[in-house]
Design a protein around this ligand. Structure first.
Ligand code: SAH
Length: 499
């Protein structure tokens, strides 16, 4: 059976600006053919086993020619695949979506189109520029500033000036001098407000507002590059007062997150929503130790113990996933009391339909040990945690009469991350904060990056992580409680202090 091609507009870059329908369709893709302007965060949602084909194009150098893209779409659909063609912004606005659909139609291949939010509308909005306003402009014209195969531009400048509406140019940065001179020589006032927004809607968005007579020179001096939108019209003046994006508390801040890949998302998303530019640089990974032998050992042990103790979300996940995989009913935990080290571990437990009975006020091994010492007297306690876990917990328990067993259910592997882009940015002083959510992330980071510690601030989740970071000579700040939300608000208040 023949497959189908679904053209999806992915929006201008900000992850939240792709439609729900677009995401739904993307989830079922067998093959995803995507462009350069599709946001990195959206690409993370391509199903793991889908084939990914990058046909990204740059202004004058087409990485893969259009006829080749058409051929790929057709060939994949003919082989029965559900093909998603993911395009920046909207599919049909200057993205050659029309040509792709024409080719599919001629080859008798079914297609669907999911429109996207175009950069022509979203980028001005993120710059605080309403493209129409009753006092300034009652029409908008969206114009391409780039021609097919570098043919000469044939913009009707006279009409552009006469229409009196807002002009939005896409693909126009390399021709900005030609465009602005053309408008002025056709009667546009030299002081007409004009805005250029580079990488709009993204955390590293840059915005310039000036006049049509000097914007080209400023863009050249500031080295503004594609992708950028040029907006010309009186509404651009509002971009000073109506800016909201630049005012986000972490706008302009570059933050590195060192958490394992599968746990980075929570903190990264929170920081991004506040305007930060986040780079994930996983320094550790957690690996389950639960093989068949250990699984049956744990199973047997669980029957013997009154209290089960988890000291990390990973521990909870590995234990419950192994039970689920072996089809062991959750009622095996019936009647057991469960203690967790902190909120995140408690939240992970809830995902498996269970609630904890005890959690210390301060989320660390020492305080968990002190609490257990008080509440589990005469009871049998099973610790299910990382290999070489904190000795503070067992030290506290050993001081009491609690009977406990310590079972390692996973271990932490240090990754020697080789992402040179992040390393170079650290050395150049371009990174403001690096988050450390455990002492192992600090140790692993120190193996992978051994220079430039005076150029950023380490944001540590608790005292133990903090002292590990200080040991390595990192300047640190430390969150009051060992929770992600406190780390995020700590960064926000720190940035506020420095602004
Ligand atoms: N179909 C797309 C436009 C494709 S043409 C849409 O609807 O947005 C590519 C041009 O879009 C770029 O040269 C630039 O002018 C504009 N563009 C796309 N994403 C952008 C972004 N995040 N910031 C600024 N301009 C962007």
């Amino acid at each position: 059976m023949k497959g189908k091609v679904i053209l999806i507009g992915a929006g201008p870059g900000d992850f939240g600006l792709m439609t729900i329908k677009g995401f739904e369709k993307l989830k079922n893709a067998d093959v995803v053919v995507y462009d350069r302007l599709v946001g990195e965060d959206i690409l993370r949602f391509i199903p793991e086993n889908a084939e990914k084909i990058d046909v990204g194009k740059k202004a004058s150098e087409h990485k893969i020619p259009q006829y080749e893209i058409n051929r790929i779409l057709t060939e994949k659909a003919l082989s029965g695949k559900n093909v998603v063609r993911l395009k920046g912004g909207d599919c049909f606005l200057f993205g050659r979506g029309g040509e792709e659909v024409e080719f599919l139609k001629n080859n008798d291949i079914d297609f669907e189109v999911v429109p996207g939010i175009t950069s022509a509308l979203a980028v001005p909005a993120y710059a605080g520029i309403p493209i129409t306003h009753r006092d300034f402009a009652s029409s908008v014209y969206i114009i391409t500033g780039h021609k097919k195969d570098n043919e000469p531009l044939d913009i009707n400048f006279e009409n552009c000036v006469k229409c009196g509406g807002t002009l939005v140019f896409l693909m126009g940065v390399s021709n900005i001098k030609y465009i602005t001179e053309g408008l002025i020589s056709n009667g546009m006032k030299k002081d007409m407000p004009c805005g250029v927004i580079e990488r709009g809607t993204l955390p590293n968005q840059r915005k310039i507002i000036s006049t049509v007579s000097d914007i080209a020179e400023i863009c050249e001096n500031e080295k503004i590059e594609s992708p950028a939108v040029i907006i010309i019209g009186k509404v651009c003046e509002l971009g000073y007062d109506f800016d909201w994006f630049e005012k986000l508390p972490l706008k302009g801040k570059n933050i590195v997150v060192t958490r394992p890949k599968d746990r980075a998302e929570g903190i990264s998303e929170k920081l991004k929503k506040l305007g930060a530019y986040v780079m994930e640089y996983p320094c550790i990974e957690t690996i389950s130790l639960i093989d068949d032998k250990l699984f049956y050992e744990i199973l047997k042990k669980i029957e013997l113990y009154d209290w089960i103790v988890f000291t990390s979300p990973s521990g909870v996940k590995f234990v419950f996933d192994s039970f689920f995989n072996k089809k062991i009913d959750g009622r095996i935990f019936y009647g057991k009391k469960i203690a967790v080290i902190g909120n995140a571990t408690g939240d992970e437990l809830k995902k498996y339909g269970m609630f904890y009975d005890a959690m210390p006020e301060i989320y660390d091994g020492k305080n968990l040990g002190i609490l257990l010492g008080k509440i589990t007297k005469g009871k049998k306690v099973l610790l299910l945690r990382a290999k070489d876990g904190s000795s503070e917990l067992t030290y506290e328990l050993e001081k009491t009469e609690v009977q406990f067993d310590d079972t390692a259910v996973y271990y932490t592997n240090y990754i020697n991350n080789q992402d040179n882009m992040v390393k170079e940015k650290i050395l150049k002083g371009d990174i403001d904060y690096i988050t450390f959510t455990s002492s192992s992330t600090v140790k692993a980071f120190a193996i992978s990056v051994n220079k430039g510690y005076d150029k950023f601030t380490g944001v540590c989740i608790g005292e133990k992580t903090n002292s590990e970071a200080i040991k390595h000579g990192i300047n640190t700040i430390v969150s009051k409680r060992a929770v992600i939300d406190d780390m995020v608000s700590l960064i926000v208040s720190e940035v506020k202090k420095c602004r």
